[in-house]
Each structure stands twice: as C-alpha cells, then as structure tokens.
Design a protein around this ligand. Structure first.
Ligand code: ZN
Length: 188
C-alpha cells in the first residue's frame, strides 16, 4: 500500500489542542488526530467519515456523538482518533443518500444497503495498521461499541474495549436498534 504522509501540525479545537497528521491512500486522505502522551497502550478511536452526521449534525445516526465523545476522551486521557475517509460505511456519499431515500420508504439501514447491492458494512481497516505502525503503537485500548471492528487486524493487540455511551434520539433509535441486533454492536 503506497501511503503519502504529511508533516505533523497543531490543531486547536473546541475540545482542546490536538496534533494532526494525514495519511493519504490513493485519493483518500485519512487523518490521525492525537494528544500526547500516547504512552505504551493509548486509547484509540477508529472513526469512519460521516459527512451528514459529523459535519451537518444529522440525527439519523450517532456518528457525531461518538466522534465528539472520543475527542473529549482523548483530550482528557491522551490517545488518538483515526478518521478514516470511508463515507457511508464505505459506499460513498451518493450511495448513502440513495440508501437514505430507501429508508424514507421504510427500509432499515441494512435492507437499504442490500437493495443497492452492497453489504451492510463495506468498511475496511487495513490502513489502520499502517498508521499505528507509523507511531510505533502495537497495543491499544479501543474506544468502540463494535467488538468486530478490528477483528481482522493481526498486528494490533486490543488490550481493552472502552464503550461509548450515546443516548438515542427519536430519529436514530431504530437505527441504533438495527446496529445492535443485526450488526453485533453493543450499545452499553
Ligand atoms: Zn453517521
């Protein structure tokens, strides 16, 4: 995998001051957002891009809540958020909006993806190994509600899973239930 790596820059944010570094894989520029000290076993959140949630504040999902909780946590305790550019569980923004249109007709999030010819979840995490290796990180405490997220990654030792507790809202309650029942996510 050919990865182009940026310099490290500082990023003051509403959550505190972080450092950022970009890892460009093909046309996708992923971002590591981190707060030192990383220590031997840093807290790491692997977050997949969700433009509608992260940037616009969509209530259809819990992505922004999870991102904000993660940034607050790593600012407090040190660690890293790896922001992966795989919008809409990696089906891209156009297909995601088509999936939302199907959801408007009553399909759930899994059924809508299947209608469009995709798996429920098309995300991949190989680049995470490259990014963590760059920081010489071999073991992490993974901030996630999805225990299977990094199951295929051999080079990373997940010492502990730290949950992110998000309160449902009327719009995403059904979505969160489908994630829990059909996709193995833990909501508490
Ligand atoms: Zn989302």
């Amino acid at each position: 995998m050919n990865i182009e790596i940026s310099k490290i820059a500082t990023l003051p944010s509403r959550f505190g001051d972080f450092k950022i570094q970009t890892f460009k894989e093909g046309h996708k520029a992923h971002l590591a957002i981190f707060k030192e000290p990383l220590g031997d076993i840093p807290i790491v959140r692997i977050h997949s891009e969700c433009l509608t949630g992260d940037a616009i504040g969509s209530l259809k999902c819990d992505c922004r809540d999870q991102l904000e909780a993660s940034l607050a946590r790593i600012y407090k305790d040190g660690g890293m958020v790896i922001y992966l550019r795989q919008e809409g569980r990696n089906i891209g923004l156009l297909n995601k909006v088509n999936a939302y249109a199907l959801q408007d007709q009553g399909y759930d999030t899994v059924e809508a993806n299947h209608q469009l010819g995709f798996e429920a979840d098309e995300r991949t995490y190989e680049v995470v190994e490259t990014i963590l290796a760059h920081f010489n990180i071999k073991a992490i405490r993974l901030l996630t509600n999805n225990p299977q997220k990094l199951a295929g990654l051999k080079s990373i030792h997940i010492v502990e899973r730290l949950p992110i507790v998000i309160l449902p809202n009327p719009h995403n309650a059904r979505y969160l239930k489908v994630k829990e029942e059909q996709m193995g996510h833990l909501l508490s």
